[in-house]
Design a protein around this ligand. Sequence first.
Ligand code: SAM
Length: 287
Amino acid sequence: MKQDKVALLETLYPSWGQQFVIDEVLFEHQTEHQHLVIFKNAQWGTVMALDGIIQTTEKDEFVYHEMMTHVPILAHGSVRKVLIIGGGDGGILREVLRHTEVESVTQVEIDQQVIDMCQRYLPNHSAGAFDHPKAQIVISDGVDFVAECNEKFDLIISDSTDPIGPGESLFTTPFYQGVADCLNKDGIFVAQNGVSFMQLDEVQTTAKRLQPYFADVGFYSAAVPTYVGGIMTFAWASHNTDIRSQSIDLIAERFEQAAINTRYYNPGIHTACFALPQYVQEAIQSS
Ligand code: SAM
């Protein structure tokens, strides 16, 4: 690296990590909840990090945002009411709203500044979704929202930071209990659950904490380049034990009806993503 360039060294793992050369800082501030920086990088475009951990980049955000939305929506088949926890960059909200049968999306984000700065410096992530008439934005801690919520949802997506700082509460039993109470009988809960090769304990803990409240608990995965260390796992929980294993023909039919263009998700990826490496399966079984 040329000596005059500054780099962001990701601090997720104490003895190993990735670095991003910072070509231009667009915004940097210690918000009420976390350190927020948005910067330009020649390889990844505009990048956002919270508390030194990469959250999203212009170049690879589509992988994560497509997999956290189209997998549960097309597995369910008739999602009308959605709750998003976190997701301040707006990518999840954008992808959910591409499904025209969705009637309302409530997004509960703890940090207004993340929304504001991502709208300004990462405008293609939300692509106007925060102003969509079907979207309602609530600034609150997600664990408090589900504890006090009397509504029921067909899909709840937890697009949180890692379980460090404000995101920690979104990996706890009280949060999962609240989610279980806010889901309709065929509802689905999905959550970002870390890179399993590096954070296998997170998968085990989540499995153990979800199992008492849901009839079906599982995981699926995708390789997100800037979530370093291998496949990213997504937690899945539902009161319905059938909808996680839909046939590829049914998913293909629904994908065609949805008439959405994707860059990562497709029916083959949908059915394959639930296949997990042996070490992950064994960790879940031993949880
Ligand atoms: N895709 C990223 C990942 O997998 O790490 C997450 C992206 S998104 C930027 C994470 C969001 O969760 C941030 O906007 C952060 O402010 C929000 N967040 C963290 N803790 C929260 C909480 N307890 N309640 C609601 N939102 C929270």
